[in-house]
Structures are given as structure tokens and as C-alpha cells.
Design a protein around this ligand. Structure first.
Ligand code: CMC
Length: 439
């Protein structure tokens, strides 16, 4: 074999193996030939949390975590955030190229005309407890959409697929706003097709009795930028969930609901909610050093939420953009008093050995919550605001997966460490030790 290979020596047997290298990876299945005897199963890779395992080849999003670079289809996130529009970005993610003016007009028209949801969805929303978390409502109603569009299960049909993608991107803000209105006891507001994607979302959230809701252009643009920043982030936890569920060829509503479930967690999309709670708990700038001390002494139990990232070992470029945009938003909304605490946390953390050694920098969630709160979104809505734009990334990744001939149903292996085969014990013969373990 040539230079593009890896030589493995199995010290158990002394045997050598040549494994081909492609794009800096080996195929895990090539390890299977490494055996101690013909009936040995063969070598596997053990990688909890997939910290060093590529599950796919992708052409959508590029991240260089050490340098703090993020690109969608080759375009730097800074340029997209400064000059682009959110729906243009969704087109780019899904199709690989920026749209022409005519393509963009067609795409915006398609999405705009699918924003309405079936009336039964309102009844579904009405069935939740008065204090239901909007993310739970969103997850359930997105899953329920599969029952409204049974054709969606024909995932191998590109035209069918594309229809569901338009529906999902279009209906997400409607469902999100409905979930919010339900949680505060306000009547649902229908979409207004004369408004932009973000402008319409804001009017569905906040319109009360005025004939026409006036969308503040600064806040509309800020939301648009936040949506662009959150649209995709390659193989993160929720995207992997979408790909994994989608790999069984279930419909995109079910796969997207799985993504929302993954995003709900405090270590992923729930983090900006946690950042706000943490800032509130700290309470004032002078209490920051004591909190940092607590984080450092807790052995990983108390975390500085909004800090650290599996991939970024540098300042998250999205956090930089949000921090820069904050002043424009606060000029309209008034300064968020928690900002002082956040800035102090960042200042101290970025000069502290604990954080520097572990390469823990602010991530996208550190400042996004402050912006959302200033814009009037309740904390419960933060993960929902993440789910709306991430839907476009999930669906671009979902479609890429379906078109990738290399992909199969996701089915990881395990290293089994449980008991070896044993005989069934009748009830009266059992000692009870296992029951205690279960409790
Ligand atoms: N505060 C304090 N210590 C931390 C933090 C933090 N936020 N994050 C990681 N560490 C420490 C951790 O205790 C460990 O220390 P040690 O080596 O002494 O055991 C070390 O840094 C490595 O941490 P890890 O948990 O092995 O790293 P990971 O790559 O598995 O976790 C993470 C990544 C994002 C889950 C983690 O950094 C974290 O919990 N951050 C806070 C939650 C957060 O802000 N999440 C949003 C992520 S960005 C949005 C998104 O894409 O979802």
C-alpha cells in the first residue's frame, strides 16, 4: 500500500495490518480484520460521545474549532451574518449555492405560503397544561405534523421531501409563537404574509389588539442575524439525533422532533436559558469572583454556562458577532442589567488559568440569552428560538444523509460488560440483591 495508509501492529499476535487512509480517517470497519483467532469478533473503536469519530462525510458546514472558524457551504459566518438574510441562508444550506434573485423570490414565496398550520394544531396546543414548557409543546406538535402529511414517509422521493422541508421551515415560527401564546394565555395570531420571516414571527409573538403590528426594524434584523448564526453547526448532538432517527427512513417531522428533543437539554440548546438563570443567581458584578471560585472547586459539577464547546477551543465566532450586535439591540430595548455580570464573568474567566488551560471560551449561548431577553422573549422560549433556525440545518443534513450512498441505519456497537450467560432463577430462589440495585 502507498503512503496514504496506516500500519497497525497487533502486539497480541505480532501481526501487522495496512489500513487505507482517506481524508485523514480510517474506516472503523477496517479494524475488524484485526483478530487474535478466526472466531474473534475483531477490533472495534470505543468512542463514547463520538469525540473522535466521523459519522458521515458532509459538504454543508465547516468548523475549525482551534481557529474559531465557521462556514456554511464555504461562506464565512461573519459575511452571511452581516450581508445575508435568513431565508437566503436556508436556501444555501439546502442547495449548496446562494440563490439568484429569481430563485430567492421563489423560495421566499414558497416558505411564506406554508406558514399556516391546520386548525387542529390549535386544539393540540390547547391540550397542554397551562404551564407547559414551550419546547415540549413545539416538540410534540412538530411530531404531530407527520399525521397531517402522511406522504412525508416517502423519504426517497425528492419532490415529497422538498415539500416537507418547505412546510417545516415555514411552520416552525407559527408553532413556536402558538406555544408561547398558549403558555401566557393569549389568543393565537395567524401569520401575516406581507411580513418577512422574522417580522412575521415577531408579530405572531407580540401582537395584541392593534390592527397592524409595527415590527421594529432593528429587532427584526437582530433576530435575523441570530437565526443565521444558529442555522447549522455540523454534527452536533441534535443534528446527530436527526440523522440517526432519519436513517431508519422515518419521516422528517419525527426526525425533527427528535432534534428538538436533543436540543432541549441544558448542555445543548437549553444552555442560554441556563446562562440567564446563572446570571440572575449570581445577582451582581461583585459576586462574580465567588462564583468563579465555586465553579473551579466543584470538580466539574458547577459549570460556567455558556462557556466551553466540544469543537471550539477558541472564542466561538457566533458569540463574537452577537456581542458586537448587542449594543444596537440595547439601544432600542434598553441595556440588559445582567450584561454587566456577563462581561465581568467573561473578563475574569478569560484571565483565569482554569479556563485557559481547558480552552473554555464563551460560546454562542453566552450572549444570545441576554439579547433574547432584552427583545422580550421569556427564558422558556430561548431553546425554541434555537430550534426555529436550526430546523434548516437539520433538514439539509437529513437530506444529505438520505442521498449519501455510504449511509446506513445508525446502529452503534457496544462493549458488553454485563454478566455472562446464566440460568433463569424462579422467584423464590432469588436473594433480592438485584431489587435493591434497581431501587
Ligand atoms: N464550566 C466549567 N468547567 C467546564 C465547562 C464549563 N462551562 N465546560 C467544560 N468544563 C471543564 C470540565 O469540567 C472538564 O474539566 P476536567 O478536565 O478537569 O474534568 C473540561 O472542562 C472538559 O469538559 P468536558 O465536559 O469533557 O467537555 P465536552 O466537550 O464534553 O463538553 C460542553 C462540552 C459544551 C458540554 C461543556 O463545555 C459544557 O457543559 N458547557 C456548558 C454548557 C454550554 O454552554 N453548552 C452550550 C454549548 S454551545 C451551543 C451548542 O452548540 O449546543
Amino acid at each position: 500500500m502507498g503512503k496514504d495508509s496506516l500500519t497497525i501492529t497487533d502486539n497480541r499476535t505480532g501481526k501487522g495490518y495496512e489500513v487505507p487512509l482517506r481524508h485523514g480517517t480510517i474506516r472503523a470497519m477496517d479494524l475488524r480484520q484485526v483478530k487474535t483467532s478466526p472466531d474473534d469478533f475483531g477490533l472495534m473503536a470505543y468512542d463514547p460521545g463520538y469525540t473522535n469519530t466521523a459519522s458521515c462525510e458532509s459538504r454543508i458546514t465547516f468548523i475549525d474549532g482551534d481557529k474559531g472558524i465557521l462556514e456554511y457551504r464555504g461562506y464565512p459566518i461573519e459575511q452571511l451574518a452581516e450581508q445575508g438574510r435568513y431565508l437566503e441562508t436556508t436556501y444555501l444550506l439546502l442547495n449548496g449555492e446562494l440563490p439568484t434573485a429569481a430563485e430567492l423570490a421563489g423560495w421566499v414565496r414558497d416558505v411564506t405560503h406554508h406558514t399556516i398550520v391546520h386548525e387542529n394544531v390549535k386544539e393540540l396546543m390547547g391540550g397542554f397544561r397551562y404551564d407547559a414548557h414551550p419546547m415540549g409543546m413545539l416538540m410534540s406538535t412538530v411530531a404531530a405534523l407527520s399525521t397531517f402529511y402522511p406522504e412525508a414517509r416517502h423519504v426517497r422521493d425528492k419532490a415529497v421531501r422538498r415539500r416537507q422541508i418547505v412546510r417545516l421551515i415555514a411552520k416552525m415560527p407559527t408553532l413556536a409563537a402558538f406555544a408561547y401564546r398558549r403558555s401566557v394565555g393569549l389568543p393565537f395570531v395567524y401569520p401575516d404574509n406581507d411580513l418577512s420571516y422574522c417580522g412575521n414571527f415577531l408579530q405572531m409573538m407580540y401582537r395584541v389588539s392593534e390592527a397592524r403590528y409595527h415590527v421594529n426594524p432593528v429587532l427584526e434584523r437582530a433576530l435575523e442575524v441570530l437565526f443565521i448564526l444558529h442555522a447549522d453547526h455540523e454534527q452536533n448532538c441534535s443534528t446527530s439525533a436527526v440523522r440517526s432517527v432519519g436513517s431508519s427512513e422515518s419521516d422528517p417531522y419525527s426526525a425533527t422532533a427528535a432534534g428538538i428533543g436533543a436540543l432541549y437539554g441544558p448542555l445543548h440548546g437549553g444552555a442560554n436559558e441556563q446562562v440567564l438563570r446563572m446570571l440572575k443567581e449570581i445577582g451582581s458584578k461583585d459576586k462574580v469572583p465567588a462564583f468563579i471560585k465555586e465553579v473551579k472547586e466543584s470538580g466539574g459539577e458547577v459549570r460556567l454556562m455558556g462557556f466551553g464547546h466540544r469543537v471550539y477551543k477558541n472564542y466561538d465566532p457566533r458569540a463574537k458577532i452577537i456581542k458586537r450586535m448587542a449594543d444596537q439591540v440595547f439601544e432600542v430595548t434598553g441595556r440588559n442589567p445582567l450584561l454587566e455580570i456577563a462581561l465581568e464573568l467573561e473578563r475574569i474567566a478569560l484571565s483565569d488559568d482554569y479556563f485557559l488551560k481547558r480552552k473554555l471560551y464563551p460560546n454562542v449561548d453566552f450572549y444570545s440569552g441576554l439579547m433574547y431577553q432584552a427583545m422580550g422573549f421569556p427564558v422558556d422560549m430561548f431553546p425554541v428560538l434555537f430550534a426555529i433556525p436550526r430546523t434548516s440545518g437539520w433538514l439539509a443534513q437529513w437530506e444529505e444523509m438520505l442521498e449519501d450512498k455510504d449511509q446506513k441505519i445508525a446502529r452503534p456497537r457496544q462493549v458488553f460488560l454485563g454478566p455472562p450467560r446464566r440460568e433463569y432463577l424462579p422467584l423464590e430462589a432469588r436473594s433480592g440483591a438485584a431489587a435493591l440495585a434497581v431501587l
